[in-house]
Design a protein around this ligand. Structure first.
Ligand SMILES: *Cc1c(COP(=O)(O)O)cnc(C)c1O
Length: 354
């Protein structure tokens, strides 16, 4: 087996790395691009080429690791003494893991009661100092910014410029895996950093001769947190998709530019649409992503109906995080009957009807 190459090494020519940068890697990047087998037929568009970028297979289970490897490496290079972030969960898990690898203390602020259990578990076990805030993500991020003005501490949220630089590598991987750029990219939008990073990556892919075309960038906010769609800050963002429960996206303008420059769009999907897509991906393709990740697929379904997407297009849906992070939602949406069956063949056959 070939030795895994740190993402920073693989895309070194595109990243702000010097010989003095220590590389903090946990085996991030290089995630599979898996082609859908059943979903196009189920959606009534058998010629549609749907590919899933499985970002939940990164070391801490989300795409945040792509940005964190670079942010943490640069923090160490700059002799940072500690790192801090506000997080809806995945940034905290990633920051905590990479900070530990770098030997740096890590502080994470989380909106109390609105973080999926697996993400909280990760941050705790990786050894971060976890501070639940009696407020939402946007308030937690404001606090982090305020604290950083008073203390020597490096912010590793996506306002850290190295985060998006690392995240753009995902688009370069997609181009390698498809051997071209897709026609459309469908992606959830929370703080709007990832859609911005992908757009940087696709533009770089084209300017470096790795692809001939650019995709139309299609980003989706949850209806209860759709600040960009509404054109105003949402003071009390709500959605079951906690990773995109953000009312004042940090990369708002860059995301809007990505959508307009690419002839794409930023639209919203409801919690019902998100949960329907979440179940459909699992049941048609055997892929377990977290609810927020399904927002892009919900958007694809919405825009197939609207006719935005032609029925033979090549589409990539970014599945941003691993479903195992959020073990509560499957039981809520499926309400399975888990009453035990007597341990004998007759009862078993009755129970399964065989
Ligand atoms: C962070 C995150 C998002 C949102 O990405 P942004 O860059 O904030 O738009 C979506 N899905 C998951 C699973 C995430 O962790």
């Amino acid at each position: 087996m070939a030795k895994p190459i740190p993402l920073i090494e693989r895309y070194r020519e595109f990243l702000p790395i010097t010989d003095a940068t220590p590389i903090i890697s946990l085996g991030e990047g290089g995630t599979p691009l898996v082609k859908a087998s059943n979903l196009p037929r189920v959606l009534g568009v058998p010629e549609l080429q749907i590919h899933f970028k499985l970002e939940g297979l990164n070391p801490t289970g989300s795409f945040k690791d792509r940005g964190m490897t670079l942010a943490m490496s640069k923090a160490l290079e700059a002799k940072a003494s500690a790192v801090i972030c506000a997080s809806t969960g995945n940034t905290s898990a990633s920051a905590a893991a990479f900070a530990t690898k770098a030997g740096l203390p890590c502080y994470v602020l989380l909106p109390a009661g609105h973080v999926a259990l697996g993400k909280l578990a990760q941050a705790i076990l990786y050894g971060a100092k976890v501070v639940p805030i009696d407020g939402n993500f946007d308030q937690a991020l404001d606090l982090v910014r305020e604290l950083a003005e008073h203390c020597q501490i490096t912010i590793v949220n996506s306002i850290n410029p190295f985060r998006l630089e690392g995240q753009k590598t995902a688009a370069l991987e997609v181009i390698e895996q498809l051997e071209k750029a897709p026609d459309f990219l469908f992606i959830p939008v929370g703080n709007a950093g990832n859609i911005s990073a992908y757009w940087r990556g696709f533009k770089l892919g084209k300017s470096s001769g790795r692809s001939d075309s650019l995709p139309r960038m299609c980003g989706f906010e949850a209806s209860g947190s759709a600040a960009i769609v509404r054109g105003k800050v949402i003071e009390k963002p709500e959605t079951i998709a906690t990773a995109i429960r953000i009312g004042n996206p940090a990369s708002w303008q860059e995301a809007e530019r990505a959508a307009s420059e690419s002839n794409g769009l930023i639209d919203e999907v409801t919690d019902e649409e998100i949960l329907a897509a979440y179940q459909l991906i699992a049941r048609t393709e055997g892929i377990f992503c977290e609810p927020s990740s399904a927002a892009g697929v919900a958007g694809l379904i919405k825009h197939l109906k609207k006719g935005t997407v032609s029925s033979d297009a090549t589409v990539v849906c970014v599945l941003t995080g691993n479903g195992l992070k959020d073990p509560d939602t499957p039981l809520k949406v499926s309400k399975p009957d888990l009453t035990p069956v007597a341990a004998n063949l007759k009862s078993l056959r009755e129970a399964i009807g065989l």
